[in-house]
Design a binder for this molecule. Structure first.
Ligand SMILES: C[S@@+](CC[C@H](N)C(=O)[O-])C[C@H]1O[C@@H](n2cnc3c(N)ncnc32)[C@H](O)[C@@H]1O
Length: 220
């Protein structure tokens, strides 16, 4: 059995996604997993999100809030970032880690049914979450991101990119499980395009595939 399984929460009736049971444990594993590059990778993701001072941002499946906090720096005190996650323990840990950051808040929530009015946000980000959702939910989750963005708003969808080498991939599988070992990240870009986003650009960072998109100005 893979090492990370002990972090998984019990089934949540609201979602078929795999939730995180232990915020502190996830934080430690994630820090170790990025081999000293976590800060650099997530600072890059925050920049790639296009979030600017004053923006309202939503981080979907925020976990312990690493990206939420990185984006909070980008939007400065005049903007705000809300991180949502169905895991109560992850949200509680995220709140502890963000204590003192007034523009960074956290709440319970699920990707497939976002608790926000249409057009609320300037930017929506999500990292390492799509592989936690069953495939049949992916389109619904990205459609929800589109719905809560204002026209001209930006999305950044990032997920784990398995290494190309067989041994390294097996190692990833042994530590984290099959969802990451075989993560079909090449499907992220078509997923974002199908949702109706424009200006779609995909790229790679260490361990990560990301896709940027913009909600068309004429979209409602
Ligand atoms: C691998 S963690 C990523 C956490 C964080 N975004 C990061 O980059 O470190 C995946 C997160 O997705 C959350 N999750 C699972 N099902 C979800 C759903 N239906 N909606 C939103 N988040 C979900 C889990 O609870 C977990 O915190």
């Amino acid at each position: 059995m893979e090492l990370a399984r002990f972090l998984h929460g019990s089934p949540d009736s609201r979602t078929a996604g795999t939730t995180i049971a232990h915020g502190r444990g996830y934080e430690a594993l994630s820090t170790a997993f990025f081999l000293g590059r976590r800060r650099a990778v997530f600072t890059r993701l925050a920049r790639l999100s296009g979030a600017r001072p004053g923006d309202r941002v939503l981080d979907v499946g925020c976990g312990t809030g690493y990206l939420t906090r990185a984006v909070a720096e980008a939007v400065t005190g005049s903007g705000s970032v809300l991180g949502i996650d169905p895991s109560g323990d992850a949200v509680a840990h995220a709140r502890r880690l963000a204590a003192g950051l007034a523009n960074c808040t956290f709440a319970d929530g699920i990707a497939e049914d976002l608790d926000a009015e249409d057009g609320t946000y300037d930017v929506v980000v999500t990292s390492l979450v799509i592989h936690h959702l069953p495939e049949q939910v992916h389109e619904r989750a990205v459609a929800e991101m589109m719905r809560v963005l204002r026209p001209g708003g930006r999305v950044l969808v990032a997920d784990f990119r398995p290494p190309s080498g067989r041994i390294a991939r097996h190692l990833v599988g042994a530590v984290t499980g099959p969802a990451m070992e075989h993560n079909p990240v090449h499907l992220l870009e078509p997923l974002v395009r199908r949702a109706g986003f424009g200006q779609v650009v995909a790229g790679d960072l260490p361990w990560i595939r990301y896709v940027q998109g913009m909600k068309p100005e004429h979209a409602r």
